[in-house]
Ligand binder design. Sequence first.
Ligand SMILES: N[C@@H](CCC(=O)N[C@@H](CS)C(=O)NCC(=O)O)C(=O)O
Length: 205
Amino acid sequence: MNSAGGPVLTFYFAPGTSSMATHIALHEIAIPFESHSLSFDKREQRASSYLDLNPEGKVPTLVINGRPLTEVAAILWYLARTWPVAQLIPANDPEAEAQVISWMSFIAATLHPARRRGEQYTLSVYGIADQRLGSAEWAAGQYSIADMHLFRLYWRFRHALEFPPERFPHLTAHYERMMSRAAVQKTIGIERALGYEFSPWFPKK
Ligand SMILES: N[C@@H](CCC(=O)N[C@@H](CS)C(=O)NCC(=O)O)C(=O)O
């Protein structure tokens, strides 16, 4: 336990990557945590000390009182449920909570790996996300961890492909709403200062 009686949290991340969603949640909840930035250029995610925490060699990992928890969706869920005061997941409503899990499952299983299946497929699944979001302010009714997860993927996608923002009007409006949040600005500020680059996913021939 830390001095405030909460769990001791150590957050492993790499700037500009999937770990950004969990970084935003930590700042939304505003709890104390220690952070370790890994350099992919130096292959630090493959160091044996890190593989002991996350054998897949991926970020993020959140170490909770010495026990590692991996996977963006699981870490987001842990944070939202442990600090309900932050209201990052619907309380006492299994169906509404399941909508958050549904979005995060879709994001992790469909949006995140889409790039491997090529540009057209990637554009098509972001089209599905745009349609699914529709004109809703937030992905699952109230602002939630699903919005952080969705934002991070679209944020990266926007910088990886050249397309007019109007192509995905609902995702673009959601992106703007997210960018106006203090926790998002704080996270981007920290990660940008550490350094990240946006290489194009599908370089033009
Ligand atoms: N399913 C994992 C995926 C995490 C993931 O793919 N992380 C990437 C960064 S976006 C990574 O750490 N890649 C390092 C590598 O593959 O060497 C999750 O949702 O947490």
